[in-house]
Design a binder for this molecule. Structure first.
Ligand SMILES: NC(=O)c1ccc[n+]([C@@H]2O[C@H](COP(=O)([O-])OP(=O)(O)OC[C@H]3O[C@@H](n4cnc5c(N)ncnc54)[C@H](OP(=O)(O)O)[C@@H]3O)[C@@H](O)[C@H]2O)c1
Length: 327
């Protein structure tokens, strides 16, 4: 099969298309003929030699890819033969192996793809959608909220904008560039501001005409995350779930006290240890997309062979919505 393999840590050029022997499922595993593989910001961190979780840096060589959707074409010993031929989606997590024509997964971890979802939508919901739901569970947006979302045109951001809007809250969507801002407006944001411009916090304040921000949903961190939280009114809530800028927002207990932030919460790498596990959240995310309550935005599709270009696009902030690879 063809797969993307990484032999050394470094730039996107380390992601090379190679021919490797077809994998076969061990006992308890299924093999999936991949139709869509998700690409994450964290994949770029791992590629450079950073760690995605408690396991530390990736052991190389490795085939990256944390999630795939496709059709089961082989089952291992002890696996229900009825799974063969079924459309499934699975989060592979740190085990990886998704940037490939064929991927192995534990049979007990796959989810059947709802009939009306295509492979890209299923891939967008299994991890990105799952995290968005975890953020929403913590943030509990409600009518009357003014919710500020950073990277609002991103994979998680586009889902948050829709859900916050559906909860009756007003959305302030931050994104870079007119194309992203237009998308965020189309999704229902009342205010959109380009936060790559220096005066953006003042623009938000002017647009809100004195109404305070009550909720910040931040996956960017760094200076943008810090400026976002400084826009919170007294009693505001802050939920952090990522650091696309490279760092969390600088924030101390004193800041929480001084700004009167009432909820300072995070969805981080330990989400995997969430009581009750991640499976119910993933099921809810798939059901939300199948039922039309959330529509994943698949902004950027690349052929498998162009995985390096997908990473370059993510690192240069050139992607909209979820990024997927097609073998
Ligand atoms: N905690 C969890 O369980 C979990 C799970 C999945 C993802 N995450 C994290 O959540 C965040 C959002 O994930 P996502 O998949 O939805 O990504 P994404 O938002 O689709 O992509 C990242 C976006 O961050 C913005 N950004 C701001 N500064 C950046 C910089 N210096 N370099 C690159 N991008 C920058 C860009 O949007 P603009 O150009 O509009 O600024 C970019 O498009 C990521 O940090 C990710 O690692 C967390």
């Amino acid at each position: 099969m063809r797969a993307i393999q990484q032999r050394s840590f470094g730039g996107p050029e380390e992601l090379r298309l190679v021919e490797v022997p077809d994998p076969h499922p061990a006992a308890g595993q299924v093999r999936i003929r991949v139709e869509s593989a998700g690409v994450h910001v964290v994949d770029t961190v791992v590629r450079r030699g950073g760690s995605a979780g408690p396991a530390g840096p990736q052991t190389l060589p490795a085939v990256p890819g944390r999630e795939v959707a496709g059709v089961v074409d082989e089952v291992g010993a002890g696996v229900d033969a009825g799974l063969a031929g079924r459309r499934v989606v699975v989060s592979l997590g740190e085990a990886g192996g998704g940037y490939a024509e064929l991927a192995l997964a534990p049979a007990g971890e796959v989810h059947l793809v709802p009939e009306n979802l295509d492979a890209d939508a299923a891939v967008a919901m299994i991890g990105t959608g799952r995290t968005a739901l975890a953020v929403l569970e913590l943030a509990a947006p409600a009518a009357g909220d003014v919710a500020l979302v950073t990277a609002a045109a991103g994979g998680i951001g586009t889902l948050l904008v829709q859900a916050v809007r559906a909860a009756g809250a007003a959305v302030v969507g931050l994104a870079s560039g007119e194309q992203k801002l237009a998308l965020v407006r189309d999704l229902g944001a009342a205010v959109t501001v380009d936060y790559s411009r220096p005066s953006w916090p003042e623009q938000v304040q002017t647009a809100l005409a004195g109404r305070p921000v009550t909720l910040v949903l931040d996956g960017v961190g760094g200076e943008a995350g810090r400026a976002a939280l400084e826009l919170l009114g007294v009693g505001g809530r802050l939920v952090m779930f990522g650091m696309s800028s490279g760092s969390l927002p600088p924030l101390s207990a004193e800041d929480v006290y001084r700004y009167g932030i009432t909820v300072c919460a995070a969805v981080g790498a330990r989400l995997v240890r969430r009581p009750g596990g991640l499976r119910p959240l993933a099921e809810q995310a798939l059901a939300a997309a199948a039922g039309g309550t959330l529509t994943p935005v698949i902004g950027t599709r690349f052929p498998l062979a162009e995985a390096a270009a997908a990473h370059t696009a993510i690192e240069s902030r050139a992607t909209l919505g979820k990024v997927v690879l097609h073998p």
